[in-house]
Design a protein around this ligand. Structure first.
Ligand code: AKG
Ligand code: FE2
Length: 559
């Protein structure tokens, strides 16, 4: 999946090595506001490969303690509820394993970090050289560290955009938190219970980003599950009750909730009485609380971290949450349906079903624009070429968190079906889409939590790579839905206040520019995160040049 750049992984490893080599627990402390540098939280980075051995040993020690001195039978790894059985269970009953984000996340985690833990566990080491060799053989094909991190971030994104209840997610349910009630927005056929360690990992990903809003929510679940299973031991687990308490306590401290931090740290000391760092923190928390009123503590409200498009966030999320249900304004009499040929002989015998979705901006939905076979062919051709999508940032193209998907560009020459599609687009729109008047077909695949936050398709600066072909700005977008999704993924027009659900084989057309060549601000739009399913679209971006006699210009900024 590779939703995170590889360099980010290197950074994490480099940072960890730096921490390890600068020695002593003091070197891993966080810089605190208000001169409180001496409070020490758990390390903020994934342990490096170099330090993973000591981590394994530490884990073995902890698990040893948890087992009250009893040697865990090999069956804990390979026996009654084996790791193999757990992974196998995740595959059962799901037609497409990646359609449920919880299943996808847990599968990636089992294969990315947990299997490694099993392979390197003490028990495995005793008599399973073959198991280790088997792991080595397939290691390169397994999800990477950044895939797992990306999956955790995707779950947090879904939690936010669809206002999902975290406890529900942990129990495999997709429930909207519309306090005081919970509304089921999707009922999976199979419930996936997340483990204490799954929640611990998500909390840690949030913690490493200093996102304490999410770290608190997920670590709370982790602590509660670890407490419930205290004494049981799973070779694949990365974390433990002590670690979850440690991270949770520090997250609370960073949000200003010192008394919670104190309680949790004290509990942590019960399990890990030799931990000097936590003991020191307890003393400091106690000191901080002396003379502070409990009222001041209660006022702490956890805030979601700020994101780039904060200004439009509420409108965007509100539109995504309608899950593409028809907005009220569609009852407008100016919005109607017809069978359209656009006077083209090519469409005379097979007119296209046209629905005007919006007048300002002018957005049209063409139903059944392509066939199932054409959609399947396009996806098949594109699949081997998919790469992480980029966006124009300044003069360059780069990967960004606000667009998470994979895409491939297909020339009309790669398969006759692409040429046929071009002919149909030209016939319907009357626009010239031969190169360089339009870009190649961009096929986009959104995985779990894949999204494209509010953006314009047209360039808003003259240095944009959109102008590279000297064909002017992107005057129009023709976007084809190549798949359906079970939940989520609608295309939301933020300022125009409507969203279009993913409708397999339909195509959406809109003008990005006014007739005077200025960008139309009303076209700000987004691809909502996919909650359940696998979304595919294809974009054809049509440029200004070539359309001089096909779209009349006008000086009016209104048209
Ligand atoms: O996926 C969607 O619904 C919108 C995609 C989009 O806006 C784009 O690719 O530019
Ligand atoms: Fe777009």
């Amino acid at each position: 999946m590779g939703s995170c750049p590889v360099c980010q992984r290197c950074c994490a490893v480099a940072k960890a090595i730096q921490c390890a080599s600068s020695g002593g627990e003091g070197s891993q402390g966080h810089k605190m506001p208000n001169g409180m540098e001496r409070f020490l939280g758990p390390p903020a980075v994934e342990p490096s490969a170099a330090s993973s051995l000591s981590l394994m040993n530490r884990r073995a020690e902890v698990s040893q303690r948890q087992r009250s001195g009893l040697q865990a039978p090999l069956a804990a790894v390979l026996g009654s509820d084996t790791f193999y059985e757990k992974v196998n269970r995740l595959h059962q009953g799901a037609e497409t394993p990646v359609s449920n984000p919880l299943l996808a996340y847990t599968l990636i985690k089992r294969l990315q970090s947990e299997w490694m833990n099993v392979v390197h566990s003490q028990e495995a080491g005793e008599n399973t050289e073959a198991l280790k060799k088997g792991y080595k053989d397939v290691e390169k094909d397994l999800p990477q560290f950044e895939d797992l991190e990306g999956a955790a971030k995707a779950l947090m994104r879904l939690q936010d955009v669809y206002a999902l209840n975290v406890k529900g997610l942990v129990n495999g349910l997709f429930q909207r938190d519309s306090s005081p009630t919970l509304t089921n927005i999707y009922r999976p056929t199979q419930l996936f219970q997340m483990s204490a360690d799954d929640c611990f990992h998500i909390g840690k990903v949030a913690y490493d980003m200093e996102d304490f809003y999410h770290s608190v929510a997920w670590l709370e679940e982790s602590v509660s599950l670890f407490r419930g299973s205290y004494g049981s031991w799973f070779a694949e687990d990365e974390g433990s009750l002590e670690e979850a308490l440690d991270y949770l306590a520090f997250s609370y401290f960073r949000t200003g909730n010192v008394s919670y931090a104190l309680n949790l740290s004290r509990e942590c000391l019960l399990y890990d009485p030799d931990n000097k760092r936590i003991a020191r923190n307890v003393l400091k928390y106690e000191k901080l609380l002396t003379g502070r009123s409990s009222e001041a503590e209660k006022e702490v409200v956890l805030q979601r971290p700020n994101v780039t498009h904060l200004r439009t966030r509420d409108a965007y999320e509100g539109l995504c949450q309608t899950l593409g249900s028809q907005p009220r304004h569609l009852q407008n009499a100016g919005l109607w349906c017809s069978l359209d040929t656009n006077n083209s002989p090519y469409l005379m015998l097979q007119p296209v079903k046209k629905e005007i979705v919006s007048l300002k901006p002018y957005v049209i939905l063409y139903h059944d624009f392509i066939t199932n076979e054409e959609a399947a062919t396009i996806k098949d051709i594109a699949a081997p070429w998919l790469q992480r999508s980029v966006v124009a940032t300044g003069k360059k193209q780069s990967e960004v968190e606000y667009r998470i998907s994979k895409s491939a560009w297909l020339k009309e020459t790669v398969h006759p079906v692409i040429g046929q599609l071009d002919l149909r687009i030209t016939s319907l729109t009357g626009l010239d889409i031969r190169p360089p008047y339009a870009e190649y077909l961009q096929v986009v695949n959104y995985g779990i939590g894949g999204h494209y936050e509010p953006h314009f398709d047209h360039a808003t600066s003259l240095t944009s790579p959109v102008y590279r072909t000297n064909a002017g700005n992107r005057v129009a977008t023709f976007m084809i839905y190549l798949s359906s999704v079970e939940v989520g993924g609608s295309t939301a027009f933020i300022y125009a206040n409507f969203s279009v659900p993913v409708m397999k084989n339909a195509a959406l057309f809109w003008w990005n520019l006014h007739r005077n060549g200025e960008g139309d601000g009303d076209t700000l739009h987004a691809g909502c995160p996919v909650l359940i399913g696998d979304k595919w679209v294809a974009n054809k971006w049509i440029h200004e040049r070539g359309q001089e006699f096909r779209r009349q210009c006008s000086p009016s900024p209104e048209e």
